[in-house]
Ligand binder design. Structure first.
Ligand SMILES: [Zn+2]
Length: 394
């Protein structure tokens, strides 16, 4: 999309575990993130990728199981040999690594758990897809990332690929933007960088020594509904203090903030689990927003010097900059009321092209923009997409 930044929303997102939480090492790239990487491949390679993915995951699990089994066997033999040699000194054993380990990072001079931003983004994206699809009778409010080419539920950007072949650089940003579904418009796809960025989330307080707990679990055989043979494993989990990430939404449309308001509401209510084992009650977190700032750039930044703070998305800004209209931004009604209370100018004059406002009561912002994300809007966006797609096919 255009290089110039026109509006920007930033805030801290604090995620407090409400029980055991496990984001597995090796899963720094979530299925959604991994799928997005795969989607950069050519279509014929994509099919092979999706077929291979399942097999590779099984191989990886089998490998882990075998490693754990070999290790136990080796240690048993070592102990036996020590007894035979008549050693009475207990052998100092290296603590055995868990079969499933929490993803760690080096911080404050020690290893500590963290939540990769790509995982968080993947979780929010999936939730946004479900929300969007539940809002239209046909369930087509967002595209299906896993949809197969030609299967009737292909990703929204498939038509760009058909018309252009794999030469992505020839697809203009305006053309791409018009045919993308709302979720791809916010979270990105092979033809468009996402509007939202989520940093890795780090512990607010130091983790302390030996911060992770461990628990045994048993794999379930899906067909028999009973414990699978030899599927016993143990995993590490975190149930301590909160993690914090930085979220940035740049060059947004107002309805995108509306969708974000719904996602944050879900996090606040603890309805969006994170990480491994969510169907077994793991991964419950509660999310809270703080340090929220809204910034406008360019000549627009000079217009407003005191509250109320106007809420302007690209749709409203494109009325002032006709060149933006080619993207087909939403500029419908009703617009949210400007924020009159709980806002203050934090950067003024010193950087004339940027004006930032602190929003001390973020819930006022979410209340203002939340209603914009509604079934009528999702339907309008779907209609606009279909019209753009027809244009695309001539
Ligand atoms: Zn899409």
């Amino acid at each position: 999309m255009f290089a110039q930044t026109l509006n920007e929303l930033t805030f801290r997102l604090t995620l407090a575990p409400q029980g055991p939480l496990l984001v597995k090492a090796g899963d720094e790239f979530t299925p959604a993130g991994e799928v997005q990487d795969a989607l950069r491949l050519l279509p014929e390679k994509q099919m092979a990728y999706f077929q291979g993915r399942k097999e590779r995951e099984q191989e990886r699990r089998d490998g882990l199981k075998k490693q754990a089994k070999d290790r136990r066997e080796r240690e048993r033999r070592d102990r036996q040999a020590a007894r035979q040699r008549g050693q009475t000194q207990p052998i100092v054993e290296e603590p055995e690594a868990a079969d499933m380990r929490f993803v760690l990072t080096q911080r404050r001079g020690q290893k500590e758990p963290y939540l990769p931003g790509s995982s968080l983004k993947g979780v929010l994206r999936s939730h946004a897809e479900r929300l969007a699809c539940s809002m239209t009778p046909a369930g087509d409010g967002a595209c299906n990332l896993f949809g197969r080419p030609g299967g009737g539920d292909e990703p929204c950007w498939q038509c760009l690929e058909e018309s252009d072949g794999p030469r992505r650089e020839h697809v203009s940003a305006t053309r791409a933007y018009r045919v993308l579904c709302p979720v791809c418009k916010l979270f990105g796809c092979p033809f468009l960088a996402g509007r939202i960025r989520i940093s890795d989330a780090y512990l607010v307080e130091p983790a302390g020594r030996g911060p992770l707990s461990r628990r045994d679990s048993v794999g379930i055989d899906r067909r028999r509904g009973a414990a699978a043979d030899g599927a016993k494993y143990d995993f590490e989990y975190w149930d301590g203090g909160a993690f914090q990430a930085q979220v940035t939404v740049r060059n947004f449309e107002l309805w995108q903030l509306g969708l974000l308001a719904h996602l944050l509401h879900g996090l606040d209510k603890g309805e969006i689990p994170v990480g491994f084992g969510t169907h077994r009650g793991l991964g419950r977190v509660q999310g809270a927003v703080s340090g929220l700032q809204m910034a406008y750039f360019g000549s627009l930044a000079l217009e407003q010097r005191s509250p109320p703070l106007p809420l302007l998305g690209l749709g409203q800004l494109s009325l002032k900059r006709p060149v933006l209209a080619a993207y087909g931004f939403w500029d419908g009604e009703p617009l949210p009321s400007p924020l009159a209370r709980g806002v203050r100018l934090v950067m003024d004059g010193s950087v004339p092209w940027r004006q930032a406002w602190a929003v001390d009561e973020p819930e006022r912002l979410w209340e203002a923009v939340g209603p914009l994300w509604n079934p009528r809007l999702v339907d309008e966006l779907a209609q606009a997409r279909r019209a753009a797609e027809e244009e695309e096919h001539g």
